[in-house]
Design a protein around this ligand. Structure first.
Ligand SMILES: [Zn+2]
Length: 212
């Protein structure tokens, strides 16, 4: 049943350990030096290593349902990971990567009757309230909530001591990103426009692809 995983590992091993690639050997010898820290959802369709086609050593990763960042508390998995990545490594960009059609956002918006899940996602209820205040259609509420949850998580993230101190010193940037799993496009929040704007290259239209 795990054959697909083992096959993938064998291909990875062939490329990085049995070919002329020296990336893994240099990461082993010299250690890692990632520039990014990515907080993403547990969703299997938007794994950052896959969608960014990232090489080993590219980024630190933290996963949580909905890429939700709860208000700072000492001793949590995220607080320790950020502290390690920022204070003991050379991370320059901390990214909150949410995505469309997010199950965590749906659970929040539809008030799923499962306290194990809702007690975690409910921390983003202010984002849901803002979405409900401006949208009436259910699909619009979900889409707006996805954005609001990313912004709320970003706000919470900026209060983590390691992030707060590094921001004050101008050492890092915090980027709110939204991945559209339907189109493959990536959006970043633009404070001037007060909305997410596309930062991926737009997909060429069908007829322009044919004419090339
Ligand atoms: Zn999700």
């Amino acid at each position: 049943m795990t054959k697909d995983l083992i096959d993938g590992l064998n291909a990875f091993k062939h490329y990085h350990y049995e070919s002329s690639s020296e990336l893994m050997s240099s990461l082993v010898e010299d250690g890692q030096d990632p520039r990014y820290f990515i907080v993403s959802c547990i969703d299997s369709r938007c794994n950052p290593g896959t969608i960014f086609r990232a090489k080993p050593g590219s980024f630190f990763a933290h996963k949580a349902m909905g890429a939700i960042v709860r208000p700072y508390q000492q001793g949590t998995a995220l607080a320790a990971a950020l502290q390690f990545a920022i204070n003991y490594n050379n991370v320059k960009k901390v990214i909150v990567l949410g995505h469309t059609q997010c199950g965590a956002v749906k659970a929040l918006a539809e008030n799923l009757e499962d306290p194990e899940i809702t007690s975690f996602v409910n921390v983003a209820k202010h984002g849901l309230a803002r979405a409900q205040a401006c949208c009436s259609d259910h699909e619009e509420v979900l889409a707006r909530t996805e954005k609001e949850v990313i912004l709320e998580s970003t706000k919470n993230l900026k209060e983590y001591p390691s992030v707060k101190a590094a921001l004050a010193e101008g050492k890092i940037e915090v980027l709110p990103w939204l991945f559209d799993i339907k189109t493959g496009d990536l959006f970043q929040y633009d404070e001037d426009k007060e909305d997410f704007v596309m930062i991926s290259t737009p997909t060429p239209k069908e007829d322009s692809r044919q004419s090339e």
